[in-house]
Structures are given as C-alpha cells and as structure tokens.
Design a protein around this ligand. Structure first.
Ligand SMILES: Cc1cc2nc3c(=O)[nH]c(=O)nc-3n(C[C@H](O)[C@H](O)[C@H](O)COP(=O)(O)OP(=O)(O)OC[C@H]3O[C@@H](n4cnc5c(N)ncnc54)[C@H](O)[C@@H]3O)c2cc1C
Ligand code: FES
Length: 281
C-alpha cells in the first residue's frame, strides 16, 4: 500500500511541507508522529504531525541528512510506507500559562500540541529558535494561533540574535512566569530548557530525540533513561518530564552514528549531482 502526496512545498532552501492522504489521520492525537519510508530503499524516519485533517496530514521536513535530502529532491507522487499514528500523545490538560520553545523542526510538533493546549483553555506563547534564517518557518501561522510569538536565530540572520537559553531567560525577565514549558527539536536545547526550568521551579515536558527504527517497541534502538529506568522513546515517548530525563545519555546516543550519517549524506549529494547532470544531458 502506498500513500498519495497531495502537496509538497519548499518553504526555505532546506525545508518543505509534505501533505499526505491517509484515512488514519482521524486517529491522530496531539503530539504523535509517523514513521515514514519514502521508497523501498530508504531508511524509515520519524516525522511529527504538524496539521491533521479528516483524511490527510502535513509534515514539516527539515533537510539534515541523506533521507531528508533525497525526499526533498526525488520524492514525487507517492510514499511507499507509513506507520501512523505512533507514540504516546502529549498530556493535554489545563496548565494555565504555557510556553512552547522550539528549535528548528521542533516547531512542527509544538504547533500541533500548542493548538490542543489552547483548545483546553491554556494561554499559549511560543519562542522559536532557528540555527539561522533557513531554519525559521511558519512564523505567520504561529502568530495567528498563539498569544505571542518570539523569534530568535543563533546567527542573528532573522529576528533577535540569541540561543535557547538566552531566549528562555529573556522571556522569564519580560513576561509572567509560565506554569508549563514544552520543548522540541533538539536534545541539547532540551537539556538547557530543563536546567533553566528546574532553576525557576517550572514544570517542563520535552520531546526527546532518539533513533527510531521500527516505532513498535521491538528493536530497542530508541532506549532513553528516565528516572534511571529504561524507556522506549518510540512508544513510551516521545514526551517525557524534562527534569527526569538523563539528557547526557540521550545526547551521547544520538551522536553514535554521526560518522556513518555524514558519509551517507556526502554520497547522496554526489549521486544527486550525477543524476542532475544526466537529466540536463
Ligand atoms: C519523535 C521524532 C519526531 C521528529 N519529527 C520531525 C519533524 O517533524 N520534522 C523533521 O524535519 N524532523 C523530525 N525529526 C527528526 C528526523 O527524524 C531526522 O532529522 C531524520 O531522521 C534525519 O534523517 P536523515 O537521513 O535525513 O539524516 P541523518 O544524517 O541520517 O541524521 C541526521 C540526524 O537526524 C537524527 N536521526 C537520523 N535517523 C534518525 C531516526 N531513524 N530516528 C530519529 N532520529 C534520527 C539524528 O540525530 C542524526 O544525527 C523527528 C525525530 C523524532 C525522534
Ligand atoms: S524504535 Fe525500535 S523499540 Fe523503539
């Protein structure tokens, strides 16, 4: 069974929106993700639901390596395999004032979760931190949906210059203290948010990134440590209480395949160049 691509739209030089037709969209709950394998040879990768409708859903895909690059350049009308919905939903409750802090693609799950939190009567604010202007997206949409949206880039190419710690501390100095902070998009940034939230006595729920291979609890690749107990990010997560996560372990595990991932990306760039040259004759 394959899945029809309804829309593929490049929104920055390194990111695109991807809308896919799938009846299982009805079953999706806030904060869940899908495991997407775009063709038979591709590695399955987890992508969070950004928007969900009756029979389709939309992902925001940030191009960071081989699979996401090939999806941006080569994916056309259909996706070979999608496991969905996956993961435990976000605990949507009435918390009061909620601050969302996204890094790069983290804005996709946070827009999805933020909408549900707003519907549950919470006052929702968003800080987006992009590495640079290419990692800034959906700001207009976020501005229409949430109370206040603050934009920072680490290199100062758009919005205010600042990293996640700087942005979070700026918010705490200039706005009322939130009852909950929710972060997504990076373990390094999740760890920083966790540190500041703990210091200020604010509850923190974080999306923890782990290598997700099968999304069904069988391969054990996505193990993370939460309160010193092993949890599976694919089914117990991806959302965990930030102060209970062993961030050093998650960050160390995430870097484990970096050499192979860099090699695969270089090879993919070479192959795409050859393909382009062949097409241009
Ligand atoms: C629960 C969850 C939800 C996510 N949602 C989104 C999203 O909405 N949009 C988005 O752009 N990205 C999302 N990601 C990250 C995305 O899955 C990775 O960027 C993608 O797998 C990279 O694959 P690649 O081959 O292009 O890059 P690679 O070069 O293979 O990897 C680059 C980096 O991506 C991460 N990664 C690689 N393979 C996996 C994998 N199988 N599982 C998890 N992480 C991996 C690692 O940190 C790695 O260092 C999500 C990750 C998780 C865990
Ligand atoms: S991805 Fe295999 S157990 Fe979680």
């Amino acid at each position: 069974m394959s899945y029809k691509v309804l829309r593929k739209e490049k929104i920055t030089p390194s990111a695109f929106l991807l809308e896919v037709e799938d009846e299982r969209a009805k079953k999706v709950k806030p904060g869940q993700y899908a495991l997407v394998q775009w063709n038979d040879e591709a590695e399955p990768i987890p992508l969070s639901f950004l928007n969900v409708s009756e029979n389709s859903y939309t992902f925001l895909v940030d191009v960071v390596g081989r699979t996401t690059l090939e999806m941006m350049e080569l994916l056309e009308d259909e996706i070979k395999f999608i496991e969905a919905p996956c993961g435990s939903p976000f605990p949507v409750e009435h918390y009061g004032k909620v601050l969302l802090i996204s890094k790069n693609w983290g804005i996709a799950p946070l827009m999805n979760v933020g909408r549900a939190l707003k519907e549950a009567g919470n006052e929702v604010y968003l800080i987006h931190v992009g590495e640079n202007e290419e990692r800034v997206y959906l700001m207009e949409e976020a501005g229409e949906e949430f109370g206040e949206v603050l934009l920072f880039t680490e290199d100062g190419s758009m919005g205010e210059e600042g990293n996640t710690e700087w942005a979070f501390r700026y918010f705490l100095e200039n706005y009322d203290k939130p009852d909950l902070v929710v972060s997504a998009g990076s373990n390094l940034d999740g760890q920083i948010v966790s540190k500041v939230a703990k210091e200020k006595g604010i509850k923190h729920i974080a999306m923890v990134n782990a290598h997700i291979l099968d999304a069904n609890g069988l391969c054990l690749a996505c193990r993370v440590l939460v309160e010193d107990k092993e949890k599976l990010a694919c089914i117990d997560g991806p959302w965990f209480e930030g102060d209970k996560v062993n961030w050093d372990y998650a960050i160390q595990k995430e870097a484990f395949y970096r050499e192979e991932e860099d090699k695969a990306l270089k090879e993919a760039i070479k192959q795409l160049r050859r393909l382009k040259a062949k097409r241009e004759g």
